[in-house]
Ligand binder design. Structure first.
Ligand code: COA
Length: 260
């Protein structure tokens, strides 16, 4: 499938999805969001893909938000659809059966910060800037920001960021728990790829169960989350990769997982 606003590449079990509207700082218009929705559907069923990286094209931006030209035309009815569609695409990322890593190479504002937050891991360049500046446009975050930012950094910091619309740099984003690690700008992609390659060597069945337990469990109370964990732990023990992993340890050799 070909895309207008995405560059999609596959590199040895790793799918790289680059948001590509550099002249608009990769702002997410409806077309870009629809293309992202389609590529996620394709990735979900593509067994040759084990890890996904989402990044932005150009030197300045990951994604500078939803497209303000399109937002400007919204009315109450279309605004609800706009928000629900964006939320559904980002939920698809969070619920994907393989890990998604955001390589945040520049501005991650509004919908860009929300996109990064829907990913399972966030790595950032020292040049990255994060923020939810919607308040300055007279709106609130609508692609999950009010929910995911609060869950990641806590209510006080999240409300502070949303009330001011201020941007924070990558170092602060790590400090607040928004980002996993920061790298030199020119090293971001290589370091992200190295991480993705390490994860791609693991059993995809077990990786999927870790995502299911932690993402699924985060929506539940502790008792229900622990029940889900025990079920997935038991299911993991029914796999060939469980036998291989434990045998390999006992035989003092590296494990070779076959995703079964
Ligand atoms: N939607 C639509 N267009 C956007 C955009 C967005 N979210 N963010 C940037 N652009 C466009 C600009 O309008 C400009 O287009 P033009 O050249 O046709 O005028 C182009 O991208 C470059 O942006 P510019 O503002 O000139 O770059 P800058 O380096 O001076 O500033 C930002 C960078 C990110 C600080 C600034 O673009 C900005 O504040 N963007 C909006 C961020 C935002 O509010 N996001 C949340 C949206 S809900």
């Amino acid at each position: 499938m070909s895309y207008k606003n995405l560059i999609v590449e596959e590199n040895n079990k790793i799918k790289i999805v680059k948001i590509s509207r550099p002249e608009k700082l990769n702002a997410l218009n409806n077309q870009t969001l629809s293309e992202l929705n389609s590529v996620l559907d394709e990735i979900q069923v593509n067994n040759s893909v084990k890890v996904v990286i989402i990044t932005g094209s150009g030197e300045k931006a990951f994604v500078a938000g939803a497209d303000i030209e399109e937002i400007n035309k919204l009315d109450v009815e279309s605004a609800k659809q706009f928000s629900e569609f964006g939320q559904s695409v980002f939920n698809k990322i969070e619920n994907l059966n393989k890990p998604v890593i955001a390589a945040v190479n520049g501005y991650a504002l509004g919908g860009g910060c929300e996109l990064a937050m829907a990913c399972h891991i966030r790595f950032a360049s020292v040049k990255a800037k994060f923020g939810q500046p919607e308040i300055k446009l007279g709106i609130i975050p609508g692609y999950g920001g009010t929910q995911r930012l609060t869950r990641l950094v806590g209510t006080a910091k999240s409300i502070e960021l949303m009330l001011t619309g201020d941007m924070i740099n990558a170092e602060d984003a790590v400090k607040f728990g928004l980002v996993n690690q920061v790298f030199l700008h020119e090293e971001l992609f290589r370091r992200t790829l190295e991480f993705a390659e390490r994860v791609s060597e693991m059993s995809s069945v077990i990786v999927k169960n870790i995502l299911k337990a932690s993402i699924g469990g985060s929506m539940l109370n502790l008792k229900s989350g622990l029940k889900l964990e025990a079920e997935l732990f038991a299911e993991s023990c029914s796999t060939d990769d469980f036998k291989e992993g434990t045998d390999a340890f006992l035989q003092k050799r590296p494990a070779h997982f076959e995703d079964k």
